[in-house]
Design a protein. Structure first.
Ligand code: GLP
Length: 263
């Protein structure tokens, strides 16, 4: 796990956006795993803005989303389908047959999970998976006590996640209880993972993810098993980490060939 502590959200989003662009430049038919939430919004905005001055060809890219609420229409402003249309697929011109997201309206949700997992196996592996993190350490919608060997399936959200995500709905009672999410094992099969986290509210979860014991109590701790995972965090999210100064030193002393990943 490579922990990169940046000054703020802007610097972190820029680094992650550069990594993603580099991935797509060097492999135009990249398979990207994408996250939703407030965390990656600035990253997506930067990617979109850079297309005007220095375009990269996204035409062959295939995208898979981590998760979706069950029971929300695609046109619902809080559905992840709507989020992706607004922040990524629309602005970057990802065509319908190249973008995948679980269908939370499926009449047979269990079959939908199997189909989604099979589609990832068919088109994958995912070259680069972006992740955010919930305050309780969830990745995708893999809440605490999710099996570390899990694959795409239906999950029930915790009370705290429903509360955190309620801000964008008109009331908490509108937040669905059920979701479809890639599993932890599905996520771990990506060739490379980039996690982003900003702000005090994520400090506890980042502590568990980076330095905590490997445990399903903090699903993000499973990332410690991944051979190529970058965790890009601001100072507020890093504040509980024991080895902060070591992570900074590793990054400052990085050999130039490794720095090229972000150029
Ligand atoms: C949701 C999403 C996650 C996201 C998390 C954090 O639960 N399913 O993929 O990482 O929220 O969201 P935010 O970035 O808004 O803090």
């Amino acid at each position: 796990m490579e922990v990169i502590i940046v000054k703020d959200r802007d610097e972190g989003s820029e680094l992650a956006a550069r990594r993603l662009r580099n991935r797509v430049s060097s492999k135009p038919a990249s398979v990207l795993g994408l996250a939703t939430g407030q965390t990656p919004e600035l990253l997506y905005r930067k990617l979109t803005e850079w297309q005007d001055s220095d375009p990269v060809n996204f035409k062959q890219v295939i995208t898979f989303n981590l998760d979706e609420y069950m029971g929300l229409e695609n046109s619902h402003p809080e559905s992840y389908h709507y989020y992706m249309t607004t922040h990524f697929w629309g602005p970057l011109g990802i065509l319908e047959d190249q973008r995948f997201i679980p269908n939370g309206l499926s009449k047979d949700p269990q079959q939908e999970c199997l189909n989604y997992e099979a589609m990832i196996q068919e088109k994958g592996p995912i070259d680069l998976q972006l992740l955010g993190i919930g305050r309780d350490g969830h990745i995708g919608f893999n809440e605490p006590m999710s099996s570390l060997g899990s694959r795409t399936r239906i999950k029930t959200l915790t009370e705290s996640t429903r509360k955190d995500n309620a801000a964008a709905f008109s009331s908490k009672s509108e937040v669905p209880y059920h979701v479809i999410t890639m599993g932890i094992q599905t996520i771990l099969e990506a060739s490379e993972i980039v996690m982003l986290a900003f702000g005090d509210a994520k400090a506890e979860a980042i502590k568990g993810c980076v330095e905590g014991p490997l445990t399903s109590v903090c699903p993000a701790s499973a990332l410690q098993m991944h051979p190529r995972c970058k965790v890009i965090i601001d100072e507020a999210a890093a504040k509980r980490l024991q080895y902060q100064s070591y992570y900074r030193e590793v990054y400052e002393k990085k050999p130039s060939w490794q720095k090229a990943e972000f150029v």
